[in-house]
Design a protein around this ligand. Structure first.
Ligand code: ADP
Ligand code: MG
Length: 341
């Protein structure tokens, strides 16, 4: 075969292979877009584990009519314009790839209205052709994305979908990860018409604790003690909890870097070291938020952005370990005395 440029539809489907693994990955991309748009309320409606439909509604800033079709195009983003922007990125999105990818493997409708527009507009894209239709619609300020028949045109992917219940479990987990870093945002999640999760905005400590319990479970929240540590370059806050003979809470492990959840060996290692130093043989659960200058961390390592690279990895590791050690040393003694390892 001679060298040729891929047709846009095929290029998007290939890119979709990287970011759109299953309904939960669609949810991640769409909900992150709502957060990037400054939404304070995000409503999610899932049918049949996401394989039939996923509707994500937000009250964010909306998309102007003339940008609706562009939002669905590949490499179209309002979040970065230069390499400097990329190096100091704080938004979730920056690749301009998600909507293009998702619309190439589903029937996608994007409805939106901005605060200064008198009308709402809707763009529709159906897998096959990348031509986008834009027409007037009714919608309050904000955006709704509706994804129907995910993978209808990529049968190999469609077959790979698991039972509705399994896919929905992944969706719930994905939402948990996002919600834990967005205390001020109201989330609701429905499955097949039934309200399954509701995370209310938390502004004070008491509400934050309630929210932690509703997201991570009461066993974790009851045992959690807070941590706060900072120097000129790094700051870490969050919660730590230890397993005991009544409950295992060490399955709750979330680590955020500048609001983005990451999986990182460095973090696991620092946690283990801190527990060892404290002479504890029990495992720990944690929800930790590390913030640092975005120039000090590279988030553009993985298409789904699960991995990050710290420029000063050793320094970050030691900071995390020390912060955990201090928190462990000052942890409140369990009231009943029985659960102390
Ligand atoms: P990225 O998030 O990497 O920019 P996406 O394909 O996810 O790429 O989205 C493309 C663009 O569409 C975004 O940059 C943003 O301008 C717009 N957009 C997508 N979703 C929303 C939303 N819920 N509210 C407002 N704008 C949105
Ligand atoms: Mg995005």
């Amino acid at each position: 075969m001679a060298i040729q440029i891929l047709p846009p539809q095929l290029a998007n489907q290939i890119a979709a292979g990287e970011v759109v693994e299953r309904p939960a990955s669609v949810l991640k991309e769409l909900v992150e877009n709502c957060v990037d748009a400054g939404a304070t309320k995000i409503e999610i409606d899932i049918e049949r584990g996401g394989s039939k439909s996923m509707v994500i509604r937000d009250n964010g800033k909306g998309i102007p009519q003339q940008e609706l079709a562009l939002a669905l195009a590949r490499h179209a983003t309002s979040k970065v314009a230069s390499l400097e922007d990329l190096e100091s990125i704080l938004s979730f999105g920056f690749r301009g790839e998600a909507l293009a990818s998702i619309s190439s493997v589903s029937r996608l409708t994007l409805s939106s209205r901005t605060a200064d527009a008198s009308e709402a507009w809707q763009a529709y894209a159906e897998g096959r052709e990348m031509a986008v239709q834009v027409q007037p619609t009714a919608h309050p300020v904000g955006t709704t994305v509706e994804v129907v028949d995910l993978f209808f045109n990529t049968p190999a992917r469609r077959r790979f979908l698991r039972a509705d219940k399994t896919e929905f479990t992944h969706i719930e987990e994905q939402l948990r990860r996002i919600a834990l870093a967005q205390d001020e945002v109201h989330f609701s999640l429905r499955h097949n018409g039934k309200l399954v999760r509701q995370y209310r905005p938390a502004r004070n400590e008491r509400q934050k604790h309630q929210r932690l319990a509703s997201i991570c479970g009461s066993a974790f929240a009851e045992r959690a003690f807070s941590l706060r540590c900072s120097n000129d370059e790094l700051a870490m806050t969050g919660f730590l909890a230890l397993d005991d003979d009544r409950a295992r809470v060490s399955d709750v492990q979330y680590f955020y870097v500048n609001g983005r959840v990451v999986r990182d060996k460095l973090v696991n290692h620092a946690v283990r070291q801190a527990l060892e130093e404290a002479g504890l043989s029990w495992a720990a659960g944690y929800v930790l938020y590390l913030t640092l200058d975005p120039h000090e961390v590279d988030v553009n390592v993985h298409p789904a952005k699960h991995e990050v690279r710290f420029h000063q990895a050793r320094y970050v590791h030691d900071f995390i370990q020390t912060a955990l050690q201090q928190a462990l040393a000052q942890r409140p003694v369990p009231e009943d005395g029985a659960s102390e390892p």
